[in-house]
Ligand binder design. Structure first.
Ligand code: HXC
Length: 518
């Protein structure tokens, strides 16, 4: 090839122009806002020198009206391509805020759509690095149609390939709904925010003053709204978090998750497990202490750590195999199930079921959270979400009842009759229709009213109820659980049981789709 020829010179010229566009000025603009450039983010996401960009030279659509114009640029404000994360194929796009605020016009949308469709065809995860002012105003309806195509792709890919959204600046207007349709949303504290309408519109319509952060910052979405799952203090850690998550999940719904054996083996027999649950049944403890003793060393990756903390969810490994853990947290709201925790659990269970990730449930739940608020906000419909998700799931499902397992909550947390494959219980388990206080109040109301010393009578009745009813042995003897086990052998039991379930196959009645109570 003649490298002094006209065509080769043009090739070099274009490369030069593109490199200048993404050069030092672009980085400076982003750094001045405490953010990284789109390319820096891509480099952090992928293994060194594995990223391949496509469509780098497409140019923005020309605007024919006089209201605003599009800025000349290569790539139309988004970098798209593929590369390797821990050696596995991953597709990605990264919006460039320095080009028209990362706004989404026709060509920008076509690029994202193309990479989404490639990821789906190749059966590989897709990561969206989002930094965008939403639909590009000057391109009008074409921008809205572009978003519609992206949403359509998100929905077609849902349950087929893992989709992860990383918010690294504004995600305003249409920019929020693609993330909302993906499996996990990561945010960086202070520099990222998500809202359907920004502070200006809020001021105009409602006359309320609110900052970006107060309206839709990372803290709000990971603690209050539950829209986002993960928050990190800077972009490097945010992207490292994404890389970590990808190590737990398979590339698509027909593969199994990757196996990572930790040479520092967790002991299969561990006496410490006998001491986690306190002797006093009303004393709280941290269910994460149980998880750390059961899972492979350092393998627990908690999801939505700061939202609905009465339910703990996350990925972990057992002898290298990924599992999804759903655990009631006795230290928050006594581990009761409320609306938010049911929604949090249901979504996680459905993700695990979509991607062949076996489920471990650690149960200590006194019941659904009572109260006017919960009832009026729809605990009936919302509580049914987790029940539906557990029952619908066909992946291997094991429950260990650590302590309380009362009423509807017993049923919901993967009981045998909704399809739990194995239910184990520790000797500390209390399995019954309701807790001792409630049971005594219902059955012995008149006796207590007539008693000279109702407190002493109540204590006696509670003791009788605990001894005779609220223990694991009746359920064991009637076959409602499979075995009462010594806590010390739990990890070994789980490894053996999950191994036995690895070729589990379930046939379901044919249907278009179920109607989960949304
Ligand atoms: C075109 C946009 C834009 C947009 C920002 N820009 N948003 N251009 N369309 N939607 C441009 C700005 O004109 C500016 O260009 C550059 O990006 C940087 O924006 P700034 O405002 O200077 O940055 P900043 O102060 O950081 O504020 C960022 C922002 C703000 C909060 C995102 O720009 C903003 O509020 N944008 C509009 C957000 C919005 O309401 N989007 C909804 C669109 S409707 P110059 O040339 O000056 O550098 C929508 C509906 C879809 O998305 C619904 C689907 C369900």
């Amino acid at each position: 090839m003649d490298t002094n020829g006209k065509q080769f010179k043009k090739f070099l010229e274009r490369e030069d122009k593109k490199n200048k566009q993404y050069g030092i000025d672009n980085e400076k603009k982003q750094h001045s806002k405490g953010k990284l450039s789109a390319f820096e983010r891509i480099e952090l996401l992928f293994d060194k020198d594995t990223f391949e960009e496509i469509d780098a030279f497409v140019t923005p659509a020309t605007v024919t009206t006089s209201f605003g114009k599009t800025t000349e640029s290569f790539g139309d404000g988004v970098i798209v391509g593929y590369g390797k994360v821990a050696g596995r194929l991953v597709f990605a796009y990264a919006q460039d805020f320095t080009v028209m605020g990362g706004s989404l016009g026709t060509v920008h949308a076509q690029k994202i759509s193309k990479i989404q469709q490639m990821a789906l065809k190749m059966g590989a995860p897709i990561v969206g690095l989002i930094d965008s002012g939403g639909a590009r105003i000057q391109e009008g309806i074409a921008s809205l149609a572009g978003y519609a195509t992206i949403f359509n792709n998100n929905i077609m890919s849902s349950g087929v390939i893992p989709q992860i959204s990383v918010i690294m600046g504004p995600a305003a207007g249409g920019a929020v709904y693609s993330p909302a349709l993906t499996d996990f949303i990561f945010m960086t504290n202070k520099t990222s925010y998500m809202f359907v309408t920004g502070p200006n519109v809020v001021k105009e319509v409602l006359n309320e003053e609110v900052t970006n952060d107060e309206l839709g910052g990372a803290e709000i979405h990971t603690k209050k709204s539950g829209v986002a799952h993960m928050m990190y203090e800077d972009e490097e850690h945010t992207i490292q978090g994404v890389r970590k998550l990808l190590n737990y999940v398979p590339s698509n719904n027909i593969e199994n998750p990757p196996v990572f054996i930790n040479p520092n083996e967790t002991p299969d027999w561990n006496e410490k497990l006998r001491d986690v649950v306190p002797d006093d049944p009303n004393k709280p403890y941290d269910v994460k202490d149980v998880i750390y003793l059961l899972a492979d060393k350092d393998s627990f990756f908690e999801i939505s750590e700061n939202y609905a903390q009465n339910l703990v969810i996350g990925f972990a490994r057992l002898k290298g195999q990924t599992i999804g853990i759903v655990a009631n947290q006795p230290k928050v709201l006594a581990g009761t199930i409320d609306i938010n925790s049911s929604i949090k659990g249901a979504r996680f269970i459905r993700f695990c079921d979509s991607f062949n990730i076996p489920l471990l449930t650690l149960e200590d739940v006194p019941g659904f959270l009572p109260g006017v608020d919960q009832e009026h906000m729809g605990i009936i419909r919302n509580g049914a979400k987790m029940l539906y998700a557990y029952t619908e799931a066909t992946v291997p499902k094991i429950t260990v009842i650590l302590r309380k397992s009362y009423g509807g909550a017993y049923i919901v947390m993967n009981s045998k009759n909704i399809g739990g494959d194995f239910n184990f219980a520790w000797p500390t388990a209390e399995i019954a229709v309701m807790g001792p206080d409630g049971a005594v109040a219902v059955l012995y109301r008149r006796e207590l009213e007539a008693a000279e010393d109702p407190d002493t009578l109540k204590k006696e009745l509670v003791k009788t109820y605990r001894d005779q009813i609220a223990n694991p042995y009746i359920a064991d003897e009637k076959g409602y659980i499979d075995e009462v086990i010594d806590p010390a052998v739990t990890r070994k039991k789980l490894i053996t049981a999950f191994e036995a379930l690895q070729n589990k196959h379930v046939n379901r009645p044919s249907k278009k789709h179920g109607n989960i109570p949304l």
